[in-house]
Design a protein around this ligand. Structure first.
Ligand SMILES: Cc1cc2nc3c(=O)[nH]c(=O)nc-3n(C[C@H](O)[C@H](O)[C@H](O)COP(=O)(O)O)c2cc1C
Length: 242
């Protein structure tokens, strides 16, 4: 059942009264932004995560997945971060293993991703925009944000001790103007879907992951350099489990 759902061979029915989304290509990632000359760019490249024959590893990971409750503060590798982001943002790379290459999203093109790096080998600490199409991290702030992340996540140690924190954001006003008020709800579901893929990939690599929804919304944008018109939807912390 779990694997059938992942494979897309069974789907959840939506109510007939729900309007169809008018987003053209719901699975298309957002266009790459921050394409400025002089910006530090790091191309992420790593082999796809191996989910083992018949996706046995995926089933085991789904069954054993738990939100990590604390991190050591240790570093992860750039290759591990690359694999985690690849699984979340490039489902098409997993078609050969039998996974759905284009899972249903409301509007992935409306979601932007930023990553605060505190402990990733080979990456300077700071805040990066993740360009999903070119699979690049583009550095927009240069600083170790551990202390700020601790504060921004309402004093939760998870934010401080994570090796990386992934932020999904969206311009809610623009999304609602274009697609109606339901966009608010659906964008959060999309962020949850991405968060779950980040979680599963981290678990499969024997790393830790936990979502965080408790954070100071406006301060996150200001501190990390995220556009003020964007609302932060969801945070996923990644790191070495304690
Ligand atoms: C949307 C969402 C927000 C969450 N926010 C936090 C949070 O702010 N702090 C925290 O410690 N855990 C947070 N979690 C993790 C939950 O505590 C955890 O998922 C829950 O206890 C269930 O445990 P499990 O993920 O191991 O099944 C969040 C989880 C989700 C899905």
């Amino acid at each position: 059942m779990i694997i059938d759902f992942c494979l897309g061979t069974i789907t959840l029915k939506t109510s007939e009264s729900e309007p169809e989304s008018d987003v053209d290509s719901p699975a298309d990632p957002s266009p790459d932004l921050y394409d400025f000359p002089g910006l530090t760019r790091v191309h992420l490249s790593a082999p796809a995560i191996n989910w083992q024959p018949d996706l046995q590893g995926l089933e085991t990971t789904i069954l054993r997945r738990r939100s990590t409750r604390s991190y050591t503060g240790g570093s992860i590798t750039q290759a591990q971060l690359a694999q985690i982001l690849d699984f979340a943002y490039h489902p098409e790379h997993y078609q050969a293993q039998g996974l759905d290459a284009a899972p249903d999203y409301f509007g992935l093109d409306l979601i932007k991703t930023f990553v605060a790096i505190s402990g990733v080998q080979g990456l300077e600490a700071g805040c990066y925009y993740y360009a999903p199409q070119s699979q690049e991290l583009r550095q927009i702030r240069f600083k170790n944000f551990r202390a700020e992340l601790h504060h921004l996540s309402l004093g939760q140690d998870l934010g401080r001790d994570a090796a990386a924190v992934v932020f999904q954001t969206a311009n809610l006003a623009a999304a609602i103007t274009a697609h109606g008020e339901r966009a608010y709800r659906y964008l959060h579901l999309d962020a949850g879907h991405l968060g779950q893929r980040l979680n599963l990939a981290a678990m499969q690599l024997n790393l830790g992951a936990s979502g965080i929804a408790g954070f100071f919304d406006d301060q996150v944008n200001e501190v990390l350099g995220i556009p003020v018109d964007d609302a932060v939807l969801y945070l996923t912390t990644l790191g070495v489990p304690a």
